[in-house]
Design a protein around this ligand. Structure first.
Ligand SMILES: Cc1cc2nc3c(=O)[nH]c(=O)nc-3n(C[C@H](O)[C@H](O)[C@H](O)COP(=O)(O)O)c2cc1C
Length: 168
């Protein structure tokens, strides 16, 4: 039996600055026969078009990028401090070279919509609503924004509806 309980987005008590920026998230999506995950520490949650949403930023060179592009849903999941090493691994190694779930001892759970891991404390199931590439022309504070890019690796921003929240 699942240890997760479904809650509403407004019942999430974690501070989003800490949850995303300090604790980090795993962004997980599936392909034909498996799934892949990568660490993310940039992004946010909020309200857009009157819906609870997550803002996620993925560079095009990530293996995860292609998976998210091909799928309607993905998940953001959050873990206890004991998984920091695993999250470091998932943020420095590519699914092109490793089965990261296997390497980290994560147990994939295939929700009807998108995969996540049984070890998570909190899971947001996200449905893509909007995707747009960041670009040089749109940068207002160019000194802050542009040093993060080399010209062809601008993040794609995904605004996704949070359709389900699972908490342990
Ligand atoms: C702490 C941390 C945060 C990261 N945040 C992001 C992010 O928000 N967006 C992104 O595109 N890559 C981010 N990365 C880099 C990816 O996690 C990393 O390139 C990963 O190896 C990609 O895996 P993949 O090729 O299997 O998709 C982050 C890495 C770390 C360690």
């Amino acid at each position: 039996m699942s240890a997760f309980k479904e809650i509403s987005p407004s019942e999430i008590k974690n501070n989003p600055f800490d949850l995303i920026g300090k604790d980090w998230a795993l962004v997980t999506a599936k392909n034909e026969n498996s799934c892949n995950t990568m660490t993310a520490s940039w992004g946010g949650v909020g309200i857009m078009w009157n819906r609870p949403v997550a803002f996620t930023f993925i560079r095009p060179q990530r293996f995860t990028f292609g998976l998210i592009e091909n799928e309607e849903y993905f998940t953001l999941s959050f873990y206890g401090e004991e998984y920091r090493k695993a999250l470091n691994f998932c943020g420095t190694k590519s699914g092109r070279d490793f089965d990261k779930a296997k390497e980290c001892g994560f147990t994939p759970v295939y929700d009807e919509k998108a995969p996540y891991f049984a070890e998570a404390e909190l899971v947001l199931v996200c449905k893509k609503l909007y995707a747009q590439d960041l670009n040089e022309e749109s940068a207002v504070e160019k000194d802050i924004v542009l040093p993060n890019y080399n010209g062809d690796d601008y993040h794609r921003m995904y605004i996704s509806e949070i359709v389900k929240v699972l908490k342990k």
